[in-house]
Design a protein around this ligand. Sequence first.
Ligand code: IVH
Length: 659
Amino acid sequence: MTDSALTEADFAAAVGQAQVAAKSYYDTGEVLMTDADYDALLDRIAQAKQAHPEWDDGGLTMQVAAGVSGGGDVRHPVPMMSLEKINGDEGVRTFVASLGGEPCLVEVKLDGLAIRVEYDSGRLVLAALRGDGSTGENVTAQVLRGVAGLPAQLATEWTGEVRGEVYMTVADFEAASANRVAAGAKAFINSRGAVAGSIRSVDRTYETPMTFAAYDISGAFESHRERMARAAELGFPVAGRLATGEAQVATDAEAALAAVAHIGELRRSLEFPIDGAVLTADLESTRRRLGSGSRTPHWAAAFKYPADTGSTVLRDIEVRVGRTGRISLRAVLDPVFVDGTTITYATLHNPKFVEEQGLAIGQTVAVWRAGDVIPRVTAPIGEQPHGLTPWAPPEACPQCGEPWDKSSLLWRCHTASCSATNALEYWCSREAMDVEGVGEALCVVLVNRGLANDVADLYQLTEEQLAELPVGNTKAGGVVLLGKLNAAKVVASLERSKAQPFNRVITGLGIRMTGRSVGRWLAARFKTMDALRAATVEEIAEIDKMGLIKAQHVVDGLSAMSGVIDRLAAAGVTMSVPETEGDKPFEGRTYVVSGSVPGYTRTTVSERIEQLGGRASGSVSATTTALITSETTTAKATKAAKLNVPIIDPAEFAEMLAD
Ligand code: IVH
């Protein structure tokens, strides 16, 4: 069925749908369909209306022509105009030709709402939305609640009017969306809808950060650039400077096209949403010469980029652990074409956010491409279909099965083997290899730059490589490099770490359910990496307090890390307990062990005492060096007390055996 062949009933239904969507959008900011879907629906209505002028569209096509919801309560002394859309390269050429070689500025078209703000002696006294161009809604109270770039009080006692766009940066949007969802409402679909909703609501209980940038200011100026210099001087952010630092100037069509294309390329990396480029005459004389129509000036025009929001069906949510151990949620989508790319995956914020939105597999969702290359799922669209079960995040890390650390919104898995960064950090930590100067920031860059994907790679790093790595920011926003001195320290510390005892090497591998003690137990029992790798689950489980489950993790972990272990050995990292010939710290001592020593079996504890040059005995006598026990009332303990034989706690003794 072609669009013009809509039946009158279909037409009425389409009109109803558009009216509901528009009302919801303007009244509550809730978006029932994406801008692109809404535009397509209106196109169909407009086409049918052309074929059947007698059909009732409820004024919808007229309203669209006005481009806004009706009216407001503040009269604009000078109308707030909108911009003529120009299409494709031809449109740009025609517009530039109309300027007759006089300078044309090309700047971002921010995707928000037009706002007019009056200042009196530096004090903000009125803020109004565009409305229908001649009157608009008074939003002074909302703006005074806080819009970045629109201070309640300027540093200068300026009286005048500034016009510009109120919008949400990607960060504003994410915060606003999360706050809104936490308050029990639906998430926003994109920042324009979010601004439309937030700036109108007087009594919302949650924060929705917004930002302002100016594109006009009252006063007499020779050029737009001068005008904007004054705006900047007064402290207003300037739209034309946001993306490119200074406004781009073109005097011919090719230069203008290049500038438009340049902004198009930048678009994906901008941390604020734009929906086009504005081409505008720089000189006041050009503007006067070209004049204005009833709704749009002839001296400016808008080039539109493709929509950055699409809608599609959510097919799955994949849960992964990122390089830093943090949970990452990936939406699997029915392929949807958004701004030149087919999207099948998108990121979701965090588990709580997804849960609170009630997202369900099979649900239609909005996908937004803004701020970075990774598209994001922002919200469910329309009503939740019946019969779908809301998605619930897994309680444990899917990679290792350990419960999440939920202390921050981005849950974290602390199992070292779950993430390269974690693994490096843990290896270098005090409890493992004790490498100085290798903290989280350095580990993250090492992994991100591909310089160290596992702990063995650390031993290949050079001072030159390390010195150039960024490890922080200065207050002024500059980058702090590790530097030669620190790089040398790190390399030296890594070199020293090769001699750390074998038990620390085992610990440093970060095998699941293992830590410092298991490292010690295994080193004491098996003595060499070869022997440890050859051990069976049962043999390992024999160690006191070990148990079959931990033993299984040890076997699995060692086998998973076998390549890393080989490379560590090749790098010269300790892979065995040193032969104690000549170095027998327990020489001449006799110990009586009663009960268990952590990490040892009855056999191995004796083995270890003997290996260190001591003697293991079963009964306390005057020649006993110490009794190892945690009890104080046993026969052995009483006897030891009587004979003045010291008592050592088993855990402490385990430390002595390890050192
Ligand atoms: S100049 C006569 N510059 O786009 C109006 N507008 O459809 C002069 N917009 O109403 C507007 N970024 O809300 C201009 N850098 C920019 C802009 C911009 C966004 C909006 C503005 C305007 C709409 C035109």
